[in-house]
Design a protein around this ligand. Structure first.
Ligand code: COA
Length: 324
């Protein structure tokens, strides 16, 4: 039997219209545009307006990916939405998105793996396609981190933004997703987290609104080491070198994290897709958003070799090597 592979058929993304610039943040906390750009590479981020939700962003990103492929929702047979900021606990975001798009019957779910969620989604969809359980999957990363960001805490509020990115994966005779590598280590659970959850009961939520908690410099250090090793592991297993890579599409957490990784890899920054200045850190949405930007502006071309890599709260981390 001919082996089944999965390839990326199309991409889409969406950012909310509302923009929060570094100058806006200067008026909210003791910080400066210069400090934020120097330490993070971020110039602005998009955030949702009152009443706008993650599902709205995911729907727009999904419709944009469907339109790019000339497909309808009825052509899909799987939806996976990676997110840590779902509209509601259940139905899950995949089901809510299916209802918005107009499909019926096929499996839909959400995955929660913080900033690495999109890579986890890609790994799951790839496996389901390779084992014949799905033929065409919509994988979305969507977040509204602004809803859980403390805009009085200068160490976190400068980083995060909202947005959604989507890819359509489909069965193919030639490999598109060459490999995926996903990891987690709960020993780091206290370095980056959001403290509230339904199972803890509602008293805590009634007392005060919780926000993202982060030990920034420790996260930075572990992220650089972990992602540098992961990139080498991914390339080595595939028998390719950095020189073979057309584009590195990393999670956009901090420009300095990305620069440190590329230095360790010996990869020129010209071959890295960077959207951090415009989008900030949009968690699980950041890779599919960056991918779509570079596909639409013509940088990423069919046949090119791409490396995706992400790291997030947990810690969770993962990579994917892709022939686009
Ligand atoms: N504006 C001005 N000063 C700030 C500031 C801000 N927005 N945020 C922190 N500072 C100050 C600190 O209070 C500290 O001051 P002090 O020396 O007087 O105590 C100083 O800057 C240095 O703080 P530090 O936390 O060591 O800075 P840093 O160089 O590590 O940069 C981050 C802070 C958050 C930008 C950086 O640690 C980071 O990006 N970490 C990774 C976070 C991340 O990517 N999280 C998501 C992973 S998916």
């Amino acid at each position: 039997m001919t082996p089944v592979h999965a390839r990326i058929r199309s991409t889409g993304h969406c950012v909310p219209e509302r923009v929060l610039t570094n100058q806006d943040l200067e008026r909210m906390v003791t910080t400066s545009d210069e400090w934020i750009r120097d330490r993070t590479g971020i110039e602005r981020r998009h955030i949702v307006s009152p009443g706008e939700t993650n599902l709205d962003l995911c729907e727009k990103a999904a419709r944009s990916a469907l339109a790019a492929a000339g497909l309808e929702a009825s052509d899909l047979d799987l939806i996976l939405v990676a997110t840590t900021t779902p509209n509601q606990v259940f139905p899950n975001m995949g089901v809510l998105l299916q209802e918005r798009l107009g499909g019926h019957g096929y499996p839909c779910t959400s995955l929660e793996a913080a900033c690495a969620g999109f890579i986890y989604g890609l790994a799951v969809a790839n496996s389901l396609i390779q084992t014949g359980q799905a033929h065409r999957a919509l994988v979305v990363g969507g977040e509204t981190l602004s809803r859980i960001t403390d805009y009085t805490d200068r160490s976190t509020c400068i980083l995060f933004g909202d947005g959604a990115g989507a890819v359509i994966l489909e069965a193919a005779s030639e490999p598109g997703i060459l490999s995926t590598h996903i990891h987690a280590d709960g020993a780091y659970k206290d370095l980056l987290y959001y403290p509230s959850g339904i199972s803890q009961g509602f008293d805590r939520l009634r007392e005060s609104v919780d926000f993202i908690q982060m030990k920034g410099s420790e996260v930075f250090r572990v992220a650089v080491n972990t992602l540098s090793h992961l990139a080498l592991e991914t390339l080595e297993k595939a028998g390719v070198g950095c020189a073979d890579l057309s584009w590195f599409v990393p999670h956009q957490a901090n420009l300095r994290i990305i620069q440190a990784i590329t230095r360790k890899l010996g990869l020129p920054l010209e071959r890295v897709v960077l959207t951090i200045a415009e989008h900030g850190n949009t968690s699980t949405a950041s890779i599919p958003m960056a991918l779509d930007v570079a596909v639409r502006d013509g940088r990423i071309q069919r046949g090119q070799l791409l490396l995706f890599e992400a790291f997030g709260g947990g810690f969770t981390w993962g990579s994917a090597l892709v022939r686009y």
